[in-house]
Design a protein around this ligand. Structure first.
Ligand code: NAD
Length: 513
C-alpha cells in the first residue's frame, strides 16, 4: 500500500504504532482491553487502541466538567475563533485524514476527502453561528418590564457515532457544541477507532496552541459498554447518538430514564420515486450512485426504486446496464467505483438479505456474491446486487447496510407511489424524479413524503451541511448540522426584568400586604 501513502498518513495523524494506548484528552490514557483495527481494504491490522475503563472514564469526565467551567465563560465569537483554527488544521490534514477514513472504513478516497470537507464546512458554518446564537425579545404584559429569552451552554455533550461516517458526524456535533459553549466526550465506533484518535490529536493541537485545556474535547474508546457509561451518566445532559435503530431505542430509553436529552440519527430505508415524467438519465445517475456509493453503507443510501409501470422496463434496463460498468476494488484507487463493506459480519448480513428476498418471492436481476482472489483478500468485497421485490416483503422493510437495491413497481398516480414510499418504519431520506410540477409539489406537500429529507430531481444520498439533517419515525427524529439544529446543544432561559419601583403581579392578581 506504499503507493497510496497510507503509512505516511498514519504517521502524520499520530496514529502509527500507538499500541501503548491512546490519548483520550487531558493527558488521560485508556487502560482497558486492546481493540484491534483491521482494514477492510486489505485485511491488514492497522493499529490498536485500548478501551476506556470505568476509572478512565471518570477521570475523563473530571477533565471535561472542569474544562466546561472556563470554556462556557469565553465569549461565543472567541470560541468561534478556536473552531476556525480547527477548520484550518483540518484543511492541512485533509489528504491524510481522507486516506485514513478510506483505509479504515473502506469508502473511496474521494468520499474520504468529501467527509473531511464536510468537517471543514461545518466549522465555517459554526464560526458564523458563533455570532448568531440569538434569542428573542418579547413584549411584557406588565408596564415597566422587559422580557427576553437567551441560550446558555448546556455542559458535557456525549457523542456516540457509527462506523460509516467515522469523522464527519463527530464534527457536525462538536463544531456546533463548541461554539455553543459545551465540551464534548466522543465514543467513535469500535470499528473505526483510529479515525477517532486522529481527530482527537488534531483538536488537541489547536487547544494546546491556544493555551486551552484538551478536556474541551475528549475521546473514549470501546463498544456499547463504554457508550453506556455516558448514556447512564447524569453529568451528560445531552447524548447525540448516530447508528442503528436498534441502538437508538436502547439509548433513548436509557437517557429518558434519567430525563436527559437525546438527539438520535438512526437507520434509513430510502426510496426514489420514478414517475412517467422522470428524466431517465438523471434517474440512473442518482439511483446508481445512491445505491452503490460507500458500498451502500450510507444512512441515506438508496434502498428502493419505486418505478411507474409504464416506464418500469426501460428504467430497469438502464440501471442494470449501468451496474455492468461498475468496477469493484481497492477504494484508494480512484479507478474503482465500489470498495469493500466494513467486515465479514456485514458480508454475512448482505448474503442473508439476498437469500431472504428470493425466499420471499423476489427476483434477482443483478446477481450478488462475494469476491475472492487477488485484490479481494480481506473477504469484504461484494457485488452490488439488484432484486425485484414487493414493498411489504420483510427484508424490504428492513435496512440492509450493503449494496442491495430493490425495484418496486407502482401503478396509478404519485399518491400510490407515496403510499409505498412512506410504507416503511424509517423516515430519513426520499426523492422523486419528475418534470411534472404537480407530482413534485404533491411529493413535498403535507400528503407527501414523511421523511426528514425530501428531494426533487436529486437522489437520496448525502446532504449539504447548511440544512438540518435527520429523519422521522424509526430514524429517531433528531436534527443536526445546519439551520437551527444548534438549539439542542444549549439550554433556553426566559428572563423578565422589572425596572420600576412597583411589583405588579401577572394577570392583574392583587396580593395586598
Ligand atoms: P450501531 O448501532 O451498531 O453502532 C453505532 C454506535 O452505537 C457505535 O459507536 C456503538 O458502539 C454504539 N452503541 C451500540 N449499542 C449501544 C448502547 N446500547 N449504548 C451505547 N452505545 C451503543 O451502528 P453501525 O453499524 O456503526 O452504523 C450503521 C447504522 O448507523 C445504520 O443503521 C445507519 O443507517 C446508521 N446511521 C445513521 C445516520 C443518520 O444520520 N441518521 C448516519 C450514519 C449512520
Amino acid at each position: 500500500l506504499a503507493d497510496f501513502g497510507i503509512e505516511e498518513a498514519l504517521r502524520e495523524l499520530g496514529v502509527k504504532d500507538i499500541n501503548e494506548g491512546s490519548s483520550t484528552g487531558s493527558d488521560n490514557f485508556s487502560n482497558g482491553e486492546v481493540i484491534e483495527s483491521y482494514s477492510p481494504v486489505d485485511g491488514k491490522l492497522i493499529g490498536k487502541v485500548k478501551a476506556t475503563t470505568q476509572a478512565d472514564y471518570d477521570k475523563i469526565m473530571d477533565a471535561a466538567t472542569s474544562a466546561f467551567k472556563d470554556w462556557r465563560t469565553m465569549p461565543a465569537p472567541q470560541r468561534g475563533e478556536i473552531v476556525r483554527q480547527f477548520g484550518d488544521k483540518l484543511r492541512e490534514k485533509k489528504e491524510a485524514l481522507g486516506k485514513l477514513v478510506s483505509y479504515e472504513m473502506g469508502k473511496s478516497y474521494q468520499e474520504g476527502l468529501g467527509e473531511v470537507q464536510e468537517m471543514i464546512d461545518i466549522c465555517d458554518f459554526a464560526v458564523g453561528l458563533s455570532r448568531q446564537l440569538h434569542g428573542l425579545t418579547m413584549h411584557s404584559e406588565r408596564p415597566g418590564h422587559r422580557m427576553y429569552e437567551q441560550y446558555h451552554p448546556m455542559g458535557v455533550v456525549g457523542i456516540i457515532s457509527a462506523f460509516n461516517f467515522p469523522v464527519a458526524v463527530w464534527a457536525w456535533n462538536t463544531a456546533l457544541a463548541w461554539v455553543c459553549g459545551d465540551v464534548c466526550v466522543w465514543k467513535p465506533s469500535e470499528k473505526t477507532p483510529l479515525c477517532g484518535v486522529a481527530c482527537q490529536n488534531i483538536a488537541a493541537e489547536v487547544f494546546k496552541a491556544n493555551g486551552l485545556p484538551e478536556g474541551i474535547s475528549n475521546l473514549i474508546n470501546g463498544d456499547y459498554k463504554v457508550g453506556e457509561m455516558m448514556t447512564k451518566d447524569k453529568r451528560v445532559p445531552l447524548i447525540s447518538a448516530t447508528g442503528s435503530t436498534r441502538m437508538g431505542k436502547i439509548v433513548a430509553q436509557e437517557v429518558a430514564g434519567r430525563l436527559g436529552k437525546s438527539l438520535l440519527e438512526l437507520g434509513g430505508n430510502n426510496a426514489i420515486i420514478v414517475t412517467p415524467d422522470a428524466d431517465i438519465k438523471m434517474t440512473v445517475i442518482g439511483a446508481v450512485f445512491g445505491a452503490v456509493g460507500t458500498a451502500g453503507q450510507r444512512c441515506t443510501s438508496t434502498r428502493r426504486l419505486i418505478i411507474h409501470e409504464s416506464i418500469y422496463d426501460k428504467v430497469k434496463e438502464a440501471v442494470v446496464k449501468a451496474y455492468g460498468q461498475l468496477r469493484i476494488g481497492n477504494p484508494l484507487d480512484e479507478n474503482n467505483h465500489v470498495g469493500p463493506i466494513i467486515d465479514k459480519d456485514a458480508v454475512k448480513m448482505y448474503q442473508a438479505a439476498l437469500e431472504k428476498v428470493v425466499e420471499e418471492g423476489g427476483n434477482i436481476v443483478v446477481e450478488g456474491g462475494v469476491l475472492s482472489g487477488e485484490g479481494y483478500e480481506s473477504g469484504c468485497y461484494v457485488k452490488p446486487a439488484i432484486a425485484e421485490a414487493k414493498n411489504d416483503f420483510e427484508i424490504v422493510q428492513h435496512e440492509t447496510f450493503a449494496p442491495v437495491l430493490y425495484l418496486i413497481k407502482y401503478s396509478g398516480d404519485v399518491h400510490d407511489a407515496l403510499e409505498l414510499q412512506n410504507g416503511v418504519g424509517q423516515g430519513l431520506s426520499s426523492a422523486i424524479m419528475t418534470n411534472n410540477l404537480r407530482e413534485a409539489e404533491a411529493f413535498l406537500s403535507v400528503q407527501g413524503s414523511d421523511c426528514g429529507i425530501a428531494n426533487v430531481n436529486i437522489g437520496t444520498s448525502g446532504a449539504e451541511i447548511g440544512g438540518a439533517f435527520g429523519g422521522e419515525k424509526d430514524t429517531g427524529g433528531g436534527r443536526e448540522s445546519g439551520s437551527d439544529a444548534w438549539k439542542i446543544y444549549m439550554r433556553r432561559q426566559t428572563n423578565t426584568i422589572n425596572y420600576t419601583a412597583d411589583l405588579p403581579l401577572a394577570q392583574g392578581i392583587k396580593f395586598d400586604l
